[in-house]
Design a protein around this ligand. Structure first.
Ligand SMILES: [Zn+2]
Ligand SMILES: [Zn+2]
Length: 390
């Protein structure tokens, strides 16, 4: 088990340092694309450890690297660094000092873990058969931070990438993942319906967008129940419906929006086509003008079979209990990296807690150092694997 008593002085020191890093971040949360102090803090820590920082055009977030052989392969390990607009209610001694902002998704944990991995890799830098890029990514919660990093060019030559999310569904000492989709594609839709307003007592003089919207919502539910395979998880949720402002007027317009979650590329392409056709046919049938807008977000994560097998082997090598976990329909913008670079995304157990984004969400700090060891070892093993194949 991982939680054996720590006797080694260096391990103690690393644990104290990473806990204090995590608590500092926890007290000073910054939202997506506003991670200026967080970035400055990480820069200071990395430079103090003698770790190089790449000169890439990122306003927040950064990419560092350690390298024992600049001609060898290049792999990346990634943490996300942003917090959420949530008012913390944990009552912890180190709770957020910023009203209305909180590390309620545990990205402070990810950041401490990957910083710890950077420290450990730095210690064996000369022996590394290649280069490890250490990525602190901004704006995961906006769903677009990973795209910003890809556009910076700082990962162009990376051959494999690894990332993590903490999870209260696993205990400290447990690590889980799966081949293929672990998280879903997260897309959004907006539908506008424009009819003709009229007196509520004379519906024959108008075209009611509320009746149209209610038919539409029911018909949209038939896509997942009747048009996609029950074995291919997907969902269509209308999460907002607005129309009208009083009791005796049939309004002119209605507005709907919501989200679609899918695990396969085929279903992800199929659902918006079907939604558009249903929306247009309801509009045509009821004399309502419709506008259908599709706003794509991150795709599903695509864990590469070979790198996922390595992630599992290293989990066992570093003392984790490995669990093959089911996919979720939550999203993760790490998936953008996997459209360009093969890699694996894993879930690290951080002990039971309220769920992510809850004001009382927390993590067990005992999970930090083992995860740092895991990511440093994973990077080394990935470099070894790539160099043996070169
Ligand atoms: Zn989150
Ligand atoms: Zn998160």
């Amino acid at each position: 088990m991982l939680n054996k008593p720590v006797t080694n002085h260096n391990v103690d020191h690393l644990e104290n340092e990473l806990i204090s890093v995590r608590r500092h971040l926890h007290q000073h949360p910054e939202l997506a694309y506003e991670e200026v102090q967080t970035t400055a803090f990480l820069k200071e820590k990395l430079l103090a450890a003698g770790i190089r920082i790449l000169d890439v055009p990122l306003k927040t977030g950064l990419i560092a690297e350690v390298s024992g052989n600049p001609d060898g392969p290049i792999v990346a390990i990634r943490a996300d660094i942003d917090a959420l607009p949530v008012q913390e209610e944990t009552g912890l001694s180190y709770q957020s000092k910023v009203p209305g902002k909180m590390h309620a998704c545990g990205h402070d944990f990810h950041t401490a873990v990957i910083l710890g991995a950077a420290y450990l890799l730095k210690k064996e830098e000369q022996q590394l058969p290649g280069t490890v890029r250490i990525l602190f990514q901004p704006a995961e919660e906006s769903s677009h931070g990973a795209e910003t990093v890809l556009a910076s060019g700082g990962l162009d030559d990376v051959q494999a990438i690894f990332g993590e999310h903490n999870t209260p569904q696993l205990e400290v000492g447990e690590l889980g993942t799966r081949v293929g989709a672990l998280t879903a594609a997260v897309d959004r839709f907006e539908i506008e319906l424009e009819g003709k307003g009229t007196h509520a007592a004379a519906p024959e003089n108008g075209r009611d967008p509320i009746v149209a919207a209610s038919h539409l919502i029911n018909l949209l539910q038939t896509i997942v129940s009747r048009n996609t395979s029950p074995l291919d998880a997907a969902l269509v949720s209308v999460t907002q419906l607005t129309s009208g402002n009083t009791w005796n007027v049939i309004p002119t317009k209605a507005y709907l929006q919501g989200t679609v979650r899918t695990l396969s590329d085929e279903t992800r392409a199929f659902i918006p086509e079907r939604m558009k056709r249903i929306t247009e046919s309801v509009g045509e049938g009821l004399g309502i003008q419709v506008t259908f807008k599709w706003l794509p977000g991150p795709p599903a994560t695509k864990n590469d079979p070979q790198w996922t097998a390595l992630a599992e082997r290293v989990a066992k090598e570093t003392g984790y209990r490995f669990i093959e976990i089911p996919p979720t329909l939550g999203g993760e913008d790490f998936a953008y990296y996997q459209t360009k670079i093969p890699g694996a995304f894993v879930n690290i157990g951080t002990g039971s807690s309220y769920n992510h984004h809850h004001p009382k969400f927390t993590i067990d700090e005992k999970a930090i150092v083992p995860a740092s060891r895991y990511f440093s070892k994973l990077a080394v093993r990935a470099l070894e694997h790539l160099s043996s194949n070169q």
